[in-house]
Structure formats: structure tokens, C-alpha cells
Design a protein. Structure first.
Ligand SMILES: Nc1ncnc2c1ncn2[C@@H]1O[C@H](COP(=O)(O)OP(=O)(O)OP(=O)(O)O)[C@@H](O)[C@H]1O
Length: 473
């Protein structure tokens, strides 16, 4: 039996959670506020904590920060939120949360996360036994709804939720980060989010696309040069490492870096110093490197194009960005986001998508990923003469919609929307899209509803309501 602390200002939620945890054989202590939680933790041994994100007064993240500061051995903390966003997920993980779950949390999900948390706790303490404590209670007004923050990193698919969590974990460390993903999947955006949420936020963020710089100039771009270092070097140049000192340097397309420059990169990472071209004096730099690539670096190592030691050095924290075609749930939210951005840039009201346009977006395989979607939405927003954007306004070529090679394994476009829905009204088609996505997710999850809800990125209770509404039970 473990002792679990529940921190939530909502009495009813605390009680339900306590019942479930007791049903799973654990002892429960409750706290109705962050302060009360810190108080409990200062007196009692607790093996795991379920912490509500949104609470009046001291909120979940402040409580988490308080735990970090106050406890030598913080128990695993699972943050619960009614609405997850990139921002609150990243922040929770950065502050050391063990996991970040969306309410309501099912019994299965609770059992799973707790089992993982207790394993970690047992390893940290060298045992897994639980302490004892008494149940406190109290109530404050319900803070209820988490509002979505302003973070621009849009994504509700399970894959993107994982990305948010990994950004949070990576933000808390100073290690290099390796971002993997096809072109346009958002690697630079993720690097910027990581920087924004890290302790280096107030320091520079410098991005360099290694593939865009002529090979001979890359070294000087990175490490700088002194006057006269080569023909045309008429003055000193600091280079990206020094420009990023104290902050973050994003090296995009690192797979395209020449081997001799790779050797110098390795030294910069290992020693924390660089030597400008033409100089013999090394310079100390404090830079967190984020490397990004769409190449398979392991294959490049096998082919002798990439240094294995550099790969090991970079591949400490890896974030994989899945292609857009593998995160269907993100397509329409991203499309709407880009329409809002386009409208703001034009000083106009945002246009909406017709049912057929939404269908096209879901069917397209997006070889250019989010960048392509952004461009398509900006163009169609500008070109459409109506308040609604139709499929024709999108100007997606048919070959790009259905290329046999481009078919993602887990999507069957022919089944996403039948053609007779093309002229239906948007709400009707959205319902149909929902129904199909739910049926698809259930099939993929072998009928497991919790898993289906996770895949869809929605709460299980919402899934139940929709299953009833659509007669899918
Ligand atoms: N999750 C997201 N939310 C909002 N906008 C996004 C998201 N992901 C990508 N974008 C947008 O898509 C475009 C491409 O993203 P980004 O430049 O980060 O991709 P990338 O993977 O670094 O591309 P490349 O490999 O070609 O350098 C940008 O305009 C970015 O703003």
C-alpha cells in the first residue's frame, strides 16, 4: 500500500479520486490547497501526489515549485488539468512533474500512472513501502476551467501531447537536444518553445541552418573568425556560438555538416570552448545546443558521413516530431489557427472552412507538413472572395491528395469522408468526421475506450457522450 496525496480544491473531485485510489488499495491524504499540500508534505511521508493544476491562490505549478524547493526527495507528482495546453504541459514537466494528465482520469489510467510513479519512487528510496497519515479535508471555491494559454505551439493529438511533455522535461536540463522530424513538422518552433520555457529564456536564441550556408563558410558562421583569417575576412566576426552565449543555438540540418566542422562541434560541446578561424586562442562559451535534422543520423554514421561520437553527444534528449499525416487530430485546429493568423495579418475577420475544404485537409498527405498547411491557409485566406473557404480555394492538387506512395499507413482517405457529404453543411460534416475518427480510433485501440480517447486527444467522458450521441456503443 502506498500513501497518495490528492491536492485539489474541488471536494467532489477529491472524494472520487480518493475512492478510486482506496479501491486500488492505497492510503489517501487529501489537501484542498497548495499550502495545505506543502504542510502535509513537511510532516508526512507521501509516495505519490495527484496535483490539480488550476486552484485559487497557489496554483498547481506554484505548489510544484514549492515542493521542489522544500523537499529533498520530492515524491512523483502527477499534475491533473481540465484542459491541457502546450504551455501548461511543458511548464509542469519542466518543474519536475512525473506526468501530466487530462481530467477526468480513468481508473485504468490512474492505476497505470501510479504503478510507474511508485516504481520510480521505490528506486529513489531503495524501497517501495508507504508511510501513514491522516486525511485532511477542506474546500475552496472551484477554479474549474483551465484557460488555454497563448502558446503558439498548436496540437492536441496524443503524439503532440508527448512532444509537449518532452519539451518540458528537456527544458529543465542543460543537455543538448536532438529534434528529429520531416521538414516543416515544427522543429524550429519546438526549439523556440524549449528556449522560452527554459532558464535561458532571457538570453539569446540563435538559429543556423547548416544546409543553407556554403560549406566553406559554415565554420566561420559557427565559430567566427578574426580579421585576415581568409581572403575577404576584412574584420572580426563573432560567429553563432558567441552570439548565442548564455542562450540556445539551434543547428538545423546538422546532418549536412562537413566532417571537419563536426570535429570542431564536438570539441565545442565537450569543452565548452571554440576557436575562431585564424585565431589560436580558444574562447569559453556557455551555449545549449539544439540540433535538428530530417536525416537518419544513425545511417549517416554507418555511411561515414556523420561522426558517431558527435551523434552520442547530441543524442541525449531526443524529441521526435511526427509528420502531420500521422496526427490527424491536429490538422483542423492548426488550419483554424493559421486562418486566425492570416486574418490578423490582413486586419480582417477570420474565414471559416466549408465541409469539403475540411475534408480535403484531412485527406491530404502533407509532404510539406505544418509549413505546407500554413502556406495553404494563408494563400486561400487571401484568395477566397467569401467568408467561407471552399475546397477549390485550397488549390490542393489531386495528385498530392492521393499519391499511392504518399498514403500514410494508418489513414484510408476514401473512408474519411464520402463524396456525397461534399455539399453538406459544415456542422453536419464535422459530426461525420468525428464519428469516423472515433470509430477509427476505437478500431485501432481494439475497442479499448480509454486508449481510443487518448488517441483522439479527448477526455474519456467526452468520448462516452459522443459514443452515445452517435450510437457507437
Ligand atoms: N505545432 C505548431 N503550431 C503552430 N505552428 C506550427 C506548429 N508546427 C509548425 N508550425 C509552423 O509551421 C512552419 C514550419 O515549422 P518549423 O520551421 O518549425 O519546421 P521545421 O521542422 O523546423 O522545418 P525544416 O526542417 O524545414 O527547417 C512554421 O511557420 C511554424 O510556425
Amino acid at each position: 500500500m502506498a500513501r497518495v496525496l490528492i491536492v485539489d480544491d474541488d471536494d467532489a473531485f477529491r472524494e472520487t479520486l480518493a475512492e478510486t485510489l482506496e479501491g486500488l488499495g492505497h492510503g489517501v491524504t487529501s489537501a484542498a490547497s497548495g499550502r495545505e499540500a506543502l504542510d502535509v508534505l513537511s510532516r508526512e511521508r507521501v509516495d505519490a501526489v495527484f496535483l490539480d493544476h488550476r486552484m485559487p491562490g497557489m496554483d498547481g505549478l506554484q505548489t510544484l515549485a514549492g515542493m521542489q524547493a522544500q523537499l529533498p526527495e520530492m515524491p512523483p507528482v502527477i499534475v491533473l488539468t481540465a484542459f491541457s495546453s502546450a504551455g501548461n504541459t511543458i511548464d509542469a514537466m519542466r518543474l519536475g512533474a512525473f506526468d501530466h494528465l487530462t481530467k477526468p482520469v480513468t481508473r485504468d489510467a490512474m492505476r497505470d500512472v501510479l504503478a510507474r510513479a511508485l516504481q520510480v519512487r521505490a528506486a529513489a528510496l531503495g524501497d517501495g513501502s508507504a508511510g501513514d497519515g491522516s486525511a485532511d479535508d477542506g474546500s475552496v471555491n472551484d477554479g474549474s476551467v483551465d484557460d488555454r494559454d497563448n502558446s503558439d505551439l498548436i496540437g492536441i493529438s496524443p503524439a503532440m501531447r508527448e512532444v509537449h511533455k518532452r519539451i518540458g522535461m528537456a527544458a529543465a536540463s542543460a543537455q543538448p537536444v536532438l529534434l528529429l522530424g520531416e521538414t516543416g513538422t515544427g522543429k524550429e518552433m519546438v526549439a523556440r518553445a524549449l528556449h522560452r520555457h527554459s532558464s535561458r529564456a532571457g538570453r539569446p536564441f540563435v538559429a543556423l541552418n547548416c544546409a543553407a550556408i556554403p560549406k566553406d563558410l559554415l565554420e566561420s558562421e559557427l565559430f567566427g573568425h578574426v580579421r585576415g583569417a581568409f581572403t575577404g575576412a576584412t574584420g572580426d566576426r563573432p560567429g553563432c556560438f558567441r552570439a548565442a552565449d548564455g542562450g540556445v543555438l539551434l543547428l538545423d540540418e546538422i546532418g549536412d555538416m562537413r566532417l571537419d566542422v563536426q570535429a570542431k562541434m564536438l570539441r565545442a560541446l565537450q569543452e565548452g570552448e571554440i576557436t575562431p578561424l585564424g585565431s589560436h586562442r580558444p574562447v569559453k562559451v556557455d551555449v545549449r545546443v539544439i540540433a535538428a535534422t530530417h536525416h537518419d543520423l544513425a545511417a549517416a554514421v554507418r555511411e561515414g558521413r556523420f561522426r558517431e561520437d558527435l551523434l552520442y553527444r547530441l543524442d541525449v534528449l531526443t524529441v521526435h516530431l511526427p509528420p502531420l499525416r500521422e496526427r490527424l487530430a491536429d490538422i483542423l485546429p492548426l488550419a483554424e489557427h493559421f486562418l486566425r493568423l492570416a486574418a490578423r495579418a490582413e486586419g480582417a475577420a477570420p474565414k471559416a472552412l466549408t465541409a469539403d475544404a475540411a475534408q480535403q485537409l484531412l485527406r491530404h498527405t502533407w509532404p510539406g507538413n505544418v509549413r505546407e498547411l500554413r502556406n495553404v491557409m494563408a494563400r486561400s485566406h487571401a484568395l477566397s472572395r467569401h467568408a467561407m473557404i471552399s475546397a477549390a480555394d485550397l488549390e490542393l492538387g489531386p495528385s498530392r491528395v492521393t499519391g499511392a506512395d504518399a498514403q500514410p499507413a494508418n489513414v484510408q482517405p476514401a473512408n474519411v469522408l464520402p463524396t456525397e457529404w461534399l455539399n453538406a453543411e459544415l456542422p453536419d460534416v464535422i459530426e461525420k468526421v468525428e464519428r469516423l475518427m472515433i470509430a477509427h480510433a476505437l478500431a485501432q485501440a481494439n475497442g479499448n475506450r480509454a486508449e481510443a480517447a487518448r488517441r483522439l486527444g479527448i477526455h474519456r467522458q467526452l468520448l462516452y457522450r459522443k459514443l452515445t450521441a452517435y450510437g457507437l456503443e
